[in-house]
Design a protein around this ligand. Structure first.
Ligand SMILES: C[S@@+](CC[C@H](N)C(=O)[O-])C[C@H]1O[C@@H](n2cnc3c(N)ncnc32)[C@H](O)[C@@H]1O
Length: 284
């Protein structure tokens, strides 16, 4: 049930993801790929790819031919296909696939990058054992997870949206389960622990700071509404009510100073290598 909730949530957000959320996720995607340091000729997988920001960062380093991408949400995959084609990356293979049931042949990749996906996997060890299997011996996998962030207009937006569209609260039980899972699996120590249990070695962890500049109230509200599209859609708002909701939210946040729209936070990159030779059992 949780997985269906996650899938539907990201499906609904797919159309607005690239224009509105892309700027927020681009820096961590570039950082993850830089830390994974793929070499020419490496085959690379963007796991839980969304619209394929990491796939594109891989392609800039190794060319699109060697890059694959997959995601649980079909609408995200369709959007990734559209964006990748427009970026001249038609050679990148994109598929609908559950990270906990990877369908690639053993040893298919030298690098696997997963941006903010681990926190959504109900059975993360199963996902990691799959990643371990599809990596070639000596291959490296990397996962990002959000770190701290200073209190910001994001909380104010969430509170106001809930006041204006109270039916959003009806998803509370799923939201709570989702948030609990994200909190537990979003911890870098948890990712590292699961990676070690799956057989990864040379575990490394880095925390990076970044600032996402939303420029002002209208662009910030558009980004947040794109992320909340599922809730807004399920609340049954028509076009006029949507426009009114946007206007109210923009007016509410307009009094915040320019600097409030620069959201500062950190993210973690956790890396591990599949040993070149292993004498251990990594079965379930
Ligand atoms: C926060 S988004 C990040 C997207 C992209 N990696 C990026 O950094 O822009 C998380 C993505 O994980 C995907 N996802 C969640 N659970 C998944 C699963 N079990 N298997 C594959 N993808 C999953 C979602 O559909 C969503 O696209």
């Amino acid at each position: 049930m949780l997985k269906a909730y996650v899938r539907d949530d990201y499906d609904a957000a797919a159309a607005g993801w690239e224009p509105h959320m892309g700027p927020y996720f681009r820096v961590p995607a570039e950082r993850l790929v830089a830390d994974l340091a793929p070499r020419a000729g490496d085959r690379c997988l963007d796991l839980a790819c969304g619209t394929g920001l990491i796939a594109r960062a891989f392609a800039r380093r190794v060319g699109p031919d060697g890059v694959s991408a997959c995601d649980l949400a079909p609408a995200q995959v369709r959007e990734a296909r559209r964006v990748l084609d427009a970026a001249g990356c038609s050679a990148i293979d994109v598929r609908v696939m559950d990270a906990e049931r990877l369908g690639y042949a053993p040893g298919s990749f030298e690098r696997v990058g997963c941006g903010f996906g681990f926190n959504h996997f109900p059975r993360p060890l199963r996902a990691l054992r799959g990643v371990f299997r599809v990596l070639s011996p000596g291959g490296v996998a990397g996962f990002t997870a959000w770190g701290s962030f200073a209190p910001s207009i994001r909380e104010r937006f969430d509170e106001r949206l809930l006041e204006l569209v109270p039916s959003i609260g009806e998803h509370a039980s799923c939201e709570t389960a989702f948030a609990r899972l994200a909190h537990r699996n979003g911890q870098p120590a948890r990712i590292a622990e699961c990676m070690a249990r799956a057989g990864f070695v040379e575990l490394r962890h880095r925390e990076h700071a970044f600032a996402a500049d939303y420029l002002g109230a209208p662009t910030f509200v558009d980004a947040m509404l794109a992320r909340a599209e599922r809730d807004v859609r399920e609340a049954g708002l028509d076009a006029v009510q949507r426009a009114e909701l946007r206007r109210t939210l923009v007016a509410d946040l307009a009094s915040f100073p320019r600097r409030a729209f620069v959201v500062r936070r950190t993210f973690h990159v956790v890396l591990g290598r599949r040993p070149v030779s292993e004498a251990r059992d990594v079965g379930d």
